[in-house]
Write a protein that binds this ligand. Structure first.
Ligand code: KG4
Ligand code: ZN
Length: 346
């Protein structure tokens, strides 16, 4: 079963063809980073216009790379939320028109569920039914979620950030440190050779119990506003740190604090839910320091770690087509695509 997936929820125009939910035949991502870089963040107007220009050539590339013709496609899938409304609209409108023209079913896929599924795009990872239930840490520029995944169609949010997402904290921290955009990879580069223990940045909401907003327990949730403020105050008191060779230590310590908070909540969840598998997905999962810390945790909690392949950590359409294919093969009817849902929850 061939599924053509379309992803335009933020600033990546992506299309992919995936066979039977697992085998990625093509995976095209056109990043708009260069277009947004001068503004230090994604500009929705620019993003939607760029999607309009790029989508048809990206779709053509995805079919060509897969060696497939339009008529070989059995189903289409598109991200219908969450994301930027004007960006989602481009993908959703194109997908609806194509589905109508080709007379094929179209499935609406939740972007966050797609990220969770990205683990299974690694051909060496077993089928979902043999490794679920698992705990998944979803760490992106827009979301930081701790999720219990029971199957491809059933997931429960255990915790989430109360303010910034971890990727957002890295992006904003990078700006304060005078580094480029997007900040996550820039902070990682700047931190090379730095001492992660040099500056004791706050680990946000560590410890404590009791419910917070949304009824989620405090010790499963995240907060990154204090970390950002601590960096701001440090650099206000010591602007010379940006130029006197101290920056690698500041960047390494900042990154470490951001990741320690993730690891602390993840460890609690893995132990409390008594699962044998856990995973990390999303753009921040590209970070090598985070990956090393996750591997250490796997040894400590005696559970198996699955990290999404590098190329499927950041936004892509293979995770959308993959999940749609797995759901179709599992007998789930495609979710209707009636509109865009910018705040779609998991
Ligand atoms: O999953 P993603 O592509 O988009 C969203 O759905 O948000 O994640 C983008 C985020 C950005 O905040 C970016 O700075 C971060 O992932 N990121 C990284 C790295 N590569 C991307 N963070 C840390 N280390 C990296 N190497
Ligand atoms: Zn994403």
């Amino acid at each position: 079963m061939l599924v053509l997936g379309i992803e335009t929820s933020c600033d990546e125009t992506a299309a992919a063809v995936v066979r039977d939910g697992r085998e990625v035949l093509s995976h095209i991502v056109l990043s708009q980073i260069a277009k947004h870089r001068p503004y230090g963040g994604v500009v929705p107007e620019i993003a939607s216009r760029a999607h309009m220009e790029a989508l048809m050539p990206v779709l053509d590339d995805a079919l060509r790379q897969a060696g497939a013709a339009w008529n070989d496609i059995d189903q289409l899938a598109v991200t219908h939320g969450p994301g930027l409304a004007s960006s989602l609209l481009v993908g959703v409108t194109a997908a609806r028109a194509l589905a109508m023209r080709l007379d094929k079913p179209l499935a609406g896929i939740n972007h966050l569920a797609g990220h969770l599924y990205s683990v299974f795009l690694d051909p060496t990872v077993a089928e979902p039914e043999s490794i679920c239930p698992m705990i998944v840490l979803l760490a992106t520029g827009g979301h930081t979620l701790l999720v219990r995944v029971d199957s491809i169609s059933s997931a429960r949010v255990l915790g989430q950030t109360l303010d910034d997402a971890v990727g957002e904290a890295l992006d904003k921290g990078a700006t304060l440190m005078g580094l480029g955009y997007p900040g996550g990879p820039e902070v990682e580069k700047a931190a090379a050779g730095g001492d992660p223990e040099r500056y004791p940045f706050p680990r946000g909401m560590q410890g404590g119990s009791g419910p917070v907003a949304g009824g989620l327990p405090r010790d499963r949730c995240f907060s990154y506003s204090g970390l950002k403020t601590a960096l701001l105050y440090l650099l206000r008191a010591h602007p010379e740190y940006l130029t006197n060779g101290e920056l690698p230590h500041v960047a390494a310590s900042y990154q470490e604090a951001a990741f320690d908070a993730l690891l602390d909540r993840l460890e609690r969840a893995v132990r409390a839910e008594r699962v044998e598998h856990f995973a990390c997905v999303g753009g921040v999962a590209k970070n090598r320091r985070l990956r090393a810390k996750l591997e250490d945790l796997a040894g400590q909690v005696n559970a198996q770690l699955h990290v999404a392949p590098m190329t499927y950590c950041t936004d892509n359409a293979a995770m959308i087509a993959g999940l749609a294919g797995a759901l179709a093969l599992g007998g789930f009817p495609p979710a209707p695509v009636d509109d865009v849902h910018p705040n779609l929850p998991l």
